[in-house]
Design a protein around this ligand. Sequence first.
Ligand code: AMP
Ligand code: MG
Length: 469
Amino acid sequence: MKISFDNSFAQLPDGFYTRLHPTSVAAPKLLAFNESLSTDLGIAAATPDDIAAVFSGNEIPQGAAPLAQLYAGHQFGNYSPQLGDGRAILLGEVLAADGTRRDIQLKGSGPTPYSRMGDGRAWLGPVLREYVVSEAMHALGIPTTRALAAVATGENIWREQGALPGAVLTRIAASHLRVGSFQVFAHRAEIENLKTLTQYAIDRHYPQARGPMDLLRAVCARQADLVTRWMSVGFIHGVMNTDNSTISGETIDYGPCAFMDAFHQNRVFSSIDQQGRYAYGNQPGIIVWNMAQLATSLIQQCDDRDAAVQEATEIVHAMPQLLEDGWLTRFAAKIGIASPQAEDTKLIEDLLALMQKDGADFTNTFYALGTDQARDQFTDRAAFDLWAARWEQRIGSVDTARTVMAAANPAIIPRNHRIEEMIAAAVAGDMAPFERLMKALATPFEATDTELMRPPTAEQIVPATLCGT
Ligand code: AMP
Ligand code: MG
């Protein structure tokens, strides 16, 4: 297989990574391959066996410079001084058709010096979950890492549930730089490395930025935009640790993530998030906290420390307003308002409060606003009617608002119960539910597969997503 690598991260000093190869697997079998993405990346056509050999890690293509990246991070608020790619290997970078640089990374490719207690592997369930959800995000127009391939390893791995089939995901990203990539050098007082990384991040993602504080401002803007987009589709990331917040502003690390069915501000899916730190409604506050950690790290390289502290404080303190403005823009569009005013916040919040009280389905309620069926989503219809009267007065005519709503309210999201169903089928060797999800989620604003729009029945509800990924 021919891949035109153009590696830049591998040119950075030794302290940034460990060079090593993936651990080969017993019997690689291609489960899914993203043809259109591979074309964008300039990857030449190959047979399924060749694709499986490369994207399982069994064969290293020419020009690759495989390595595991070093980083640290706050996990649930506690600082872990050394994380790093514990089960991932960066094969290298390519220049995509649009001129942007992309990482090609294997996830689940065997142990590395950063594996700590882990086995370096992933099982089929989370691999396919990430494949489906990250591609759904992309189709929704939300910045995200993407999935190029899923390969079964032919080996079993052990998790809480017992023996499970192993798999490797090939992840494509604008880069894998995270807040934690900066934290590791700042906490170790490796200032030269911190400076080198800062310049690398600027060159790669924000070439117009003139120094660390400009970089901080740019990342804050991207992350604020990203989180408001998540909020607008009912997405709960689930593990917003600082090692899972990117510098590029892409969504990364689809672990115990989920799209909400019934709306609730405090909704949590992750089975290990006992305190609800990463609940739906906490996400804007958490991203500000994560950006404060980035600020703290970046400051360490500034000669005029006091001036840097002051500037960084201003930048981070400006974030809540960015998030509020972004939230208003996105949610106003969801109720058909293209140019929101401050008073619209109340109108939106009142609708969300009604939805929360009635346990209305997040996706279907907004979608139904555009098809005049929204009333059916509520049990307290009188309350909805009162809200709808205010709404109609604000928007004038539902018809003109319809176009705005159609672009903001997806019909189809990857519902948790459908993902679980898809995983169970895939484990049994049936990829049809996977294919069906991928097909419908490619055009999420079109109601192409109405069965996939249905919320889970009481028996189908998946209360939590296991963290044993
Ligand atoms: P995550 O919660 O997926 O962001 O992972 C946090 C850290 O744990 C990262 O350093 C991962 O590389 C590492 N990790 C997660 N699962 C494994 C595993 N099965 N084997 C080795 N390292 C892992
Ligand atoms: Mg992670």
